[in-house]
Design a binder for this molecule. Structure first.
Ligand SMILES: Cc1ncc(COP(=O)(O)O)c(C=O)c1O
Length: 395
């Protein structure tokens, strides 16, 4: 049997309607941009959005707070909510995932007998760093290891979750290999034993359809620099509505108070709604810059983005097979996110050479070269990336 797959069926028969969006991204004029798993390209309209921020500050001054700025963590969160299936008023913006995880884990008392935190062995390091820090508060951290460093069979995750588990954490799509977890099954198991689930959606939101409300996850966190094309400083936190009454995050601040402008000292009287998961002054310019990306992703629709991504990542795999390169991401499109990881000799140097040739990709030790088409990518660019990789590799 031939190992070279037939790639004709992976090409677009009659044009690609999503390519009309290319004009929106100035960097595509001179760069093959295959790195939205790391930093998505800037939408052209962000320039106007940031101008709008400075104009508002300049002309409205302090009145800008009550004219929209103060509520931006929630109004901006609603745009994210429309992409991840959260009801209105259930997502708040923070600077990054690390802060969101700190807030989530601060909702629990780790000295109780239910003190186990189960984390997936492919989780993003920042998440682990925060969890292991909880050990000094009494938490028992159980990291479910991946035998191959790339995938994590569902059964291993399910087996680790028991009646002593307080929180289950996973990166929905693994940053290193693009492995896609079965979030529904993990959430079901966690809830069956009375545990909470926090899903890091950074590598899935905007490229894999998600419905946090239908999944029933308790918390979801993520950020905007990648598939959502929103730039830095705009992380987000989703919390299931019924948890407002139960949870009192110890990592907090005055914006989480029921009446923040009363400036009352002493212990906090939490806001009754999602505002209780805020902390201090919001990162307003980051939210101005982030909204454009969300609007574009929402307008295209994640289902259409996913269909194209599955086709082009399959095309990447087929082309990589043709040149005999090891593929580290799952071959089944249903089991992977939007990135393909290719392991080549001297991967770091090959990556540097590709960047020199205006083909933007990145390298992760122990995994390989990460390559990600997005909705603006043409099939020619996919082929060009593999051709340049082949030539850089042989240099
Ligand atoms: C899955 C995942 N979580 C979190 C992060 C980053 O976390 P933070 O927003 O705290 O920088 C990344 C990548 O940078 C990631 O891939």
């Amino acid at each position: 049997m031939s190992t070279v797959p037939d790639i004709a069926h992976l090409s677009m028969a009659s044009g690609d309607p999503l390519l009309v969006w290319r004009d929106e991204f100035p960097i595509l004029e001179h760069t093959t941009y295959m790195i939205s798993h790391s930093l998505g390209p800037m939408p052209r309209r962000v320039r106007t959005a940031l101008q709008d921020f400075t104009d508002t500050w300049a002309s409205r001054g302090i009145r800008a707070w009550e004219e929209g700025w103060w509520e931006m963590p929630v109004s901006c969160g609603d745009l994210i909510g429309s992409i991840i299936g959260a009801p209105k008023g259930r997502v708040v913006m923070h600077q990054n995932v690390s802060i969101c995880q700190t807030i989530v884990t601060s909702c629990f008392d780790w000295k109780e007998s239910r003190n186990k935190l189960v984390t997936d062995g492919l989780n993003f390091p920042s998440n682990d760093y925060i969890y292991y820090g909880l050990a000094r508060q009494g938490a028992e951290i159980v990291s479910v290891t991946s035998a191959d460093g790339m995938t994590l069979p569902l059964e291993s995750m399910l087996a680790a979750i028991d009646e002593r588990t307080q929180l289950v954490s996973l990166s929905h799509v693994a940053f290193r290999s693009s492995y896609l977890h079965d979030l529904a099954a993990i959430t079901e198991r966690a809830h069956a034993v009375g545990a909470y689930v926090v899903a890091d959606l950074y590598q899935s939101a905007g490229i894999v359809p998600i419905d946090v409300a239908a999944l029933g996850v308790d918390f979801a966190v993520g950020g905007s620099v990648k598939w959502l094309l929103g730039g830095p400083g705009a992380g987000y936190l989703y919390v299931r509505e019924d948890l407002d009454k139960k949870l009192r995050p110890a990592a907090t601040g005055w914006a989480a108070h029921a009446e923040p402008f009363e400036f009352a000292g002493g212990p906090i009287d939490y806001a009754p709604d999602i505002h209780r998961f805020l902390n201090g002054t919001p990162n307003v310019p980051a939210m101005y810059s982030a909204r454009s990306g969300y609007e574009i992703v929402a307008e295209i629709g994640v289902a259409a983005i996913r269909a194209k991504s599955q086709r082009q990542t399959q095309l990447l795999i087929a082309l990589a097979d043709e040149i005999g390169v090891t593929v580290h991401s799952p071959r089944d499109p249903a089991l992977r996110g939007g990135t393909i990881i290719l392991d080549v000799p001297n991967g770091r140097e090959v990556t540097a050479e590709l960047i020199r040739r205006q083909v933007l990709v990145d390298y992760r030790p122990g995994a390989g070269i990460r390559i990600a088409p997005h909705f603006y990518t043409s099939d020619d660019e996919v082929a060009h990336t593999i051709a340049e990789l082949n030539s850089a590799m042989r240099r």
